[in-house]
Ligand binder design. Structure first.
Ligand code: F6P
Length: 548
């Protein structure tokens, strides 16, 4: 059903009218006026806690946002997604990453005549057997030595998820198995990895949903050649496995289908970490912790499915983000994990949110009449504080921030953890409160500065404050809490996609560059003179050819 344009809906108009007032609010005043604001504007679910009170909104704003979510059909579309309806309209596909983490005894779900749950649990059983065998040393390389290194070759969703999770769960990992990830077509990436590993003890996972992605194919061929320089072709079966939906292509590549871990077209690349694409995770932390990771995501699925919208963590995160984007004109969101092991989480969210909702037409093909996905970026705290937080505090743009932290550390340096959390909470307080010019003057007076010096410095030392942030807390960073965290952002992304009425599950925008790169690659490596392009592209190609 074609949705009416977002700005034409009564719910959006009501929000726009309300925003005219809300735009003048100061969060300091909102906190001053309501001592229960934190209690009212925080929510728990699946073991996570979200504090969204440090945003420029009040109870009425939330009512209006929830009303918009209802009228845009968030609940209806959520149920359609979980039920396996083909909500990815441009590719005519169901969207069932949630089925990848449903327990064995979940109600049966049949899509295109296939029992989804049975397929998922068959593959999980294979992931379990294989990861157990490699970890225990039962699976050996062709010369009889146990595997010491695993190299995952994939890109985008076939890299970012497993890499982010393996780093995040490093404390759960088998110390004798080193995980490496090669994604970039830049040969330096492969070179850096191959220089660290031994072909006799290395297992390559070629991970590609389509098994056509040019970077992954080139990297896989390079790894294969490197391996075959030192081993016979019969040895490949012990050292190369594939994760893909494309059996024919993996056979052509020379991987035995017995060593292929399949998944399905209803798993989007950026939603695939729960599928066999998570094989590196099972290898690193063991199948037990991998299934805890799935269980954490399932717990968030259950929360998303059952909690009313005004107590629903993913919906609230989405609605607050939508408010900041549409009505406070915030063009980017910064992700600040105050946990070093989450250092790839911002990169993971970049693909999740920007590839999903970086769209400009509705599902019906009409132009979206508001801005859509903000840019997502970030870095771990406290490092970011000493790099770009200056801009966040005093720059001309307002950038909302998601602070993410664990209440308890996975180490014994208690002082470090207190310092880390103090910084995290202090930053969100500073963004909210700011520091007025009068407060700056009072400080400088107390330091004994002369009046003209105070006036000269005061504008530079003033912080506008009133800058929005969310804080997401978990007790510890565990496989379960990490699973819940990732699923939280997946569902946030889904809800925002519904509000904007975009298809969050296709990615046509990456195609044009791929096609043009193929043409230019032929020009760079062949005799053809680059003449077909603009003068800039022609000139750059000519320089690269001259340098060969
Ligand atoms: O080019 C974008 C993309 O299609 C992503 O959506 C995907 O995660 C990535 O490439 C890798 O795709 P594949 O797993 O098919 O190699």
């Amino acid at each position: 059903m074609r949705q009416p344009a977002l700005t034409s809906t009564a719910s959006f108009q009501a929000l726009a009218d309300h925003a005219a007032d809300a735009g003048k609010w100061q969060m300091r005043d909102l906190f001053g006026a309501d001592p229960d604001r934190f209690k009212k504007m925080s929510v728990e679910g699946a073991g996570l806690f979200l504090d969204y009170s440090k945003n420029r909104l009040d109870g009425r704003t939330l009512e209006l946002l929830v009303d918009l979510a209802r009228t845009r059909g968030v609940e209806r579309q959520r149920d359609a997604m979980f039920a396996g309806e083909k909500i990815n309209l441009t590719e005519d596909r169901a969207v069932l990453h949630t089925a990848l983490r449903a327990p064995f005894d979940a109600p049966a779900l049949v899509v295109d005549g296939q029992d989804v749950g049975a397929d998922v649990h068959d593959v999980l059983a294979r992931v379990r057997r294989f990861s157990d065998a490699v970890r225990s040393g039962a699976w050996r390389g062709h010369t009889g030595k146990p595997i010491t290194d695993v190299v995952n070759i994939g890109i985008g969703g076939s890299d970012l998820g497993p890499k982010m999770v393996c780093l995040a769960l490093r404390q759960y990992s088998l110390p004798t198995l080193n995980l490496h990830f090669v994604s970039n077509v830049d040969g330096h990436d492969m070179d850096a990895t191959l220089s660290q590993v031994d072909p006799e003890t290395t297992l390559f996972i070629v991970a590609s949903k389509t098994f056509t992605t040019s970077e992954t194919m080139m990297n896989a061929q390079t790894a294969r050649r490197w391996f075959l320089a030192l081993a016979q072709p019969e040895a490949l079966a012990k050292h190369f496995v594939a994760v893909s939906t494309n059996t024919e292509a993996i056979k052509k590549f020379g991987i035995d289908p017995a060593n292929m871990f399949p998944f399905w077209d209803w798993v989007g690349g950026r939603y695939s970490v729960w599928s066999a694409i998570g094989l590196p995770i099972a290898l690193a932390v063991g199948y037990g912790y991998f299934s805890d990771f799935l269980a954490g995501a399932h717990a968030m699925d259950q929360h998303f499915k059952s909690a009313p919208l005004d107590r629903n963590m993913p919906a609230l995160l989405a609605l607050v983000g939508f408010w900041n984007r549409q009505f406070l004109d915030c063009g980017s969101v910064s992700i600040a994990p105050y946990h070093q092991d989450l250092n790839r989480f911002p990169a993971y969210l970049q693909q999740l949110e920007m590839e999903s909702n970086g769209k400009r037409v509705t599902r019906g093909g009409d132009p979206v009449d508001t801005p859509t996905c903000p840019a997502i970026w970030g870095e771990c705290g406290t490092n970011g504080q000493h790099a770009y937080f200056q801009l966040l505090h005093q720059g001309t743009d307002v950038t909302p921030i998601d602070f993410i932290a664990a209440l308890r550390p996975g180490h014994e340096f208690a002082q470090h953890h207190a310092a880390l959390l103090a910084n995290c909470f202090a930053q969100s307080e500073a963004f909210m409160r700011g520091k007025t010019t009068d407060e700056v003057r009072a400080d400088l007076q107390a330091q004994g500065l002369a009046a003209d010096e105070i006036e000269r410095l005061a504008p530079h030392k003033t912080f506008p404050g009133n800058r929005p942030s969310n804080t997401i807390l978990m007790e510890y960073l565990t496989p379960h809490s990490l699973g819940a965290l990732v699923a939280l952002y997946e569902h946030k992304t889904f809800v925002q996609g519904v509000l904007w009425d975009v298809n969050s599950f296709d990615q046509w925008g990456v195609e044009l560059g791929k096609v043009l790169a193929k043409n230019i690659e032929a020009e760079l490596t062949g005799d053809a003179q680059p003449a077909k392009h603009d003068s800039s592209t022609n000139g750059l190609i000519a320089m690269a050819k001259a340098a060969v």
